[in-house]
Design a protein. Structure first.
Length: 558
């Protein structure tokens, strides 16, 4: 692509993600460090020339635009600073306008002389304007290395497979998703569908049925913002867990591909209207339900279908598993660690290779597989005494909790209660929010996996959930204080300090509560306690606002 022409237009339909593939292609050809990339709406010729000149001067020069008059002259002088084989990319929405075409055509002689490659990348429904002819018009598929174009057989017709291959980035998304979710669910959602318009809707609806409450909460936020980071919510869900919708970026960020936004918004809205059990069988929803005719009036009653067994897992504090209310007694410690790991994962499943890497990273593969099999066998033996059917399954290279099990964990319930509280707060329903926050707080019976504090995989979820718990206590105490429930606020504040004794804003909250009750001496003692804790633990004095509050309480009303 870059070796054959000086001015190239890369145009593709929505969902081709040519900009992303172009960036990968530049990096693979070691051109990224000499690349100037501008992204924005369709500009005027003047504004485009000025923006390009400033970008080129900043990238290749001393950080500022070169001296001179006239936007074209500025741009030409800036391009004279370019190193050999430099690349200038303009990514724009819609079609390539006449202004862009004229500017690139005018710059072509200088680009040829300096060995600069001019690239216009456009993704939209309209074809680019070719009157100011580029040297090459490149389809997005050419950006994929030969032999790496993704394919999705999965029982699709040759025509459907070819239509999907025209959008290789979407096909890559689906292949990535098949490594996380059950591949048969994706295949069933794709089978028999035309491409487009509703293929992505069917895939999204099917996979959304398998999402945990934390994942659905993350997806809802992603639809609003276009991005995702674990710290935006629970800290538990990573961008990798949200494939195919999100593309993992650097530093744990994820980007919601625009083509998935519509299907995801529609599926989330539909799921909200017809919310069923959180954990359902790993099968896609039917496009239209099958209606069973009513039996005759004189027909004998049908026997009730027994529901799946109820499994309840306690992950806060010490581990506990109940099957239909009966506590399961496990003998092996490693098997419990594997089970806890599965229960804490999205969809309560995990590839076998990841389990081997997590728990036996320093032994050969055969030994680690044998140890995993021993751990799983011990779990199944313990569960066989209380469960009527299999609780653990191995399918498609993954261990998972059987879809027929009606599973609930206190962590999932904790996340669901926090989500309900946040939504109630946004609607101004303070009492409903308080009740939901109290439900979440009551579920937190200790730190996550407190009985195995040194297992490395537990560190991040433990700290994330602890922060979520502290935030819930803060929000609940604030709502209680606004409602005039000072005693409740004091109790909640002390629970915060039990977890984080150096949380200075909580000490201030207690000082205000005590002063509000007329307990001035207690308020001043709280300040002294705060001061001593900060000095002994962090070797710092209280913040100025804490000292100012102390002085105000001590001086009393004037």
């Amino acid at each position: 692509m870059l070796d054959a022409s000086s001015y190239t237009v890369i145009a593709g339909p929505s969902g081709s993600y040519l900009a992303e593939r172009l960036a990968s292609a530049l990096a693979a050809r070691n051109r990224w460090n000499s690349c100037v990339w501008l992204r924005g709406p369709r500009p005027s010729a003047e504004s485009l020339a000025v923006a390009l000149s400033e970008a080129c001067a900043t990238r290749w020069g001393d950080g500022g635009p070169p001296a001179g008059s006239g936007s074209r002259r500025l741009l030409e002088r800036a391009m004279l600073l370019a190193p050999p084989d430099a690349v200038v990319v303009l990514e724009t929405t819609g079609r390539v306008t006449a202004a862009i075409g004229r500017l690139m055509t005018d710059l072509r002689p200088l680009a040829v002389e300096r060995g600069i490659h001019l690239v216009v990348a456009t993704e939209g429904r309209q074809l680019p304007l070719l009157r100011y002819g580029p040297d090459a018009l490149v389809p997005p598929a050419s950006l994929w290395p030969v032999g790496e174009l993704p394919t999705l057989g999965a029982g699709l017709s040759p025509g459907a497979t070819e239509r999907i291959r025209r959008r290789p980035a979407v096909a890559a998304d689906l292949l990535e998703a098949a490594s996380i979710w059950p591949a048969d669910v994706i295949a069933d959602a794709l089978r028999g569908r035309r491409w487009p318009p509703r293929t992505l809707d069917h895939v999204t609806a099917a996979l959304l049925e398998l999402c945990t409450p934390a994942q659905r909460s993350a997806l809802e936020l992603s639809v609003l913002t276009g991005y995702w980071h674990p710290q935006l919510d629970s800290g538990v869900v990573s961008a990798t867990d949200l494939r195919p919708w999100l593309v993992p970026l650097e530093q744990s960020w994820g980007w919601l591909r625009p083509i998935w936004r519509g299907p995801l918004r529609r599926a989330l809205a539909q799921h909200g209207r017809h919310r069923g059990p959180v954990h359902r069988s790993a099968l896609p929803a039917r496009a239209s339900p099958v209606r069973t005719p009513a039996p005759p009036a004189d027909a004998p009653p049908r026997p009730a279908r027994p529901p799946g067994q109820v499994v309840q897992a306690r992950l806060f504090g010490g581990f506990e598993l109940r099957v239909d209310g009966v506590v399961v007694d496990f003998a092996g410690r490693r098997g419990v660690s594997v089970l806890r790991f599965l229960l804490a994962r999205p969809q309560h499943s995990c590839p076998r290779d990841q389990l081997l890497e997590e728990f036996w990273p320093d032994v050969d593969q055969q030994t680690s597989r044998n140890r995993l099999q021993v751990a799983i066998s011990g779990l199944r033996t313990a569960l066989r005494g209380t469960a009527d059917g299999p609780v653990l399954e191995f399918a498609a290279g993954m261990y998972r909790i059987a879809p027929s099990i009606r599973l609930s964990t206190d962590v999932d319930e904790f996340e669901a209660a926090l989500g309900a509280a946040h939504r109630a707060e946004q609607r101004g329903q303070a009492q409903t929010a308080l009740a939901a926050y109290h439900e979440a707080i009551d579920l937190y019976r200790g730190d996550f996996a407190a009985d195995v504090p040194y297992e490395s995989w537990t560190l991040l979820p433990r700290e994330s959930l602890r922060l979520r718990y502290l935030d819930a206590l803060d929000r609940t105490s604030d709502l209680a204080l606004r409602a005039g429930r000072v005693d409740d606020c004091i109790v909640l504040a002390h629970r915060v300090l039990d977890v984080d004794p150096c949380r200075e804003e909580t000490h201030r909250l207690l000082m205000r509560c005590y002063a509000r009750q007329g307990r001035t001496h207690q308020a001043l003692r709280q300040y002294e306690l705060c001061r001593r804790l900060l000095a002994a633990t962090l070797s710092v004095p209280p913040m100025p606002e804490t000292t100012a509050l102390y002085d105000s309480i001590r001086s009393g009303p004037r």
